[in-house]
Write a protein that binds this ligand. Structure first.
Ligand code: FPP
Length: 247
């Protein structure tokens, strides 16, 4: 029985978030430079995108560059930024043909001009597409996003548009980078590391976490199917007890 046929299409996550990790280690295993690992990592992005289209996943968020990643050697940072520009430019027409909308979370103002411009062009060109949102977390960290949302809310209070006593979960969710996107039901991290690394801290409050030893460049369509099957075998209780869910 194929992995795909084991998936219940009715119960697929609508939003999957992925911490793509292990490109550097993968490259080292191959005796190559780290940037080679990132380049092959783009192939894994393509694989996962195809799997998400197949399953009808509505939003896919990929942690592509964190605010902490600026601390890497300059050569790697420059190479990663060039790879983003190249990849976005090369993929834009295929994204569009597949009705995929490119979006981003993170501080775009801090990206190099070439990267920000390519991203802006691609986001504009695909903005009416509605089969899947491919959301790139670029120059992103969850703490930055939470602080940014807090500033937006504080400014509304200051302007007299919002009463502090009316601030609730929903107010906060809407003030995040993409207030219209539901929280991910499934968060995947590759490479065997079991931590969150400042990613979507608000949004993953109730997400199912899936950790795999696979290094990102080795992650294939079938690996995503396995993660979804694992997710479908879990009981999501949201604070309730099992018996309540089966009532
Ligand atoms: C983590 O592996 C990976 C990254 C920081 C970059 C991921 C970026 C890509 C795969 C390119 C995607 C491009 C687009 C446009 C979607 P690591 O370098 O931390 O690996 P290590 O932990 O083995 O050192």
């Amino acid at each position: 029985m194929s992995l795909l046929s084991q998936i219940n299409r009715e119960k697929c996550p609508k939003h999957i978030a992925i911490i793509m990790d292990g490109n550097g280690r993968w490259a080292k295993q191959q005796g190559e430079m780290r940037l080679f690992g990132h380049a092959i990592g783009v192939e894994a992005v393509r694989e996962v995108l195809k799997a998400c289209v197949e399953l009808g996943v509505r939003h896919l968020t990929l942690y592509a560059f964190s605010t902490e990643n600026w601390n890497r050697p300059k050569e790697e940072v420059d190479g990663l930024m060039n790879l983003m520009v190249e990849t976005i430019a090369n993929e834009i027409s295929e994204l569009d043909e597949n009705n995929i909308r490119l979006r981003s979370i993170g501080d775009r103002s801090g990206l190099p001009d070439a990267c920000r411009n390519e991203l802006t062009t691609a986001m504009e060109a695909t903005k009416t597409n509605d089969s899947l949102d491919l959301i790139l977390a670029l120059n992103y960290s969850a703490r930055w996003e939470i602080v940014d949302a807090t500033k937006k809310i504080a400014n509304k209070v200051k302007a007299g548009e919002l009463n502090p006593s009316d601030i609730d979960d929903e107010t906060f969710s809407k003030a995040l980078c993409l207030g219209d996107v539901p929280d991910p039901e499934l968060l995947i991290r590759t490479s065997g590391e079991c931590r969150i690394s400042n990613f979507m801290l608000w949004q993953i409050a109730y997400s199912e976490l899936y950790f795999t030893d696979k290094l990102w460049p080795d992650f294939k369509r079938e690996d995503l199917y396995e993660a979804v099957i694992d997710y479908q075998n879990r009981e999501r209780r949201f604070g309730q007890v099992s018996e309540q869910l089966n009532d």
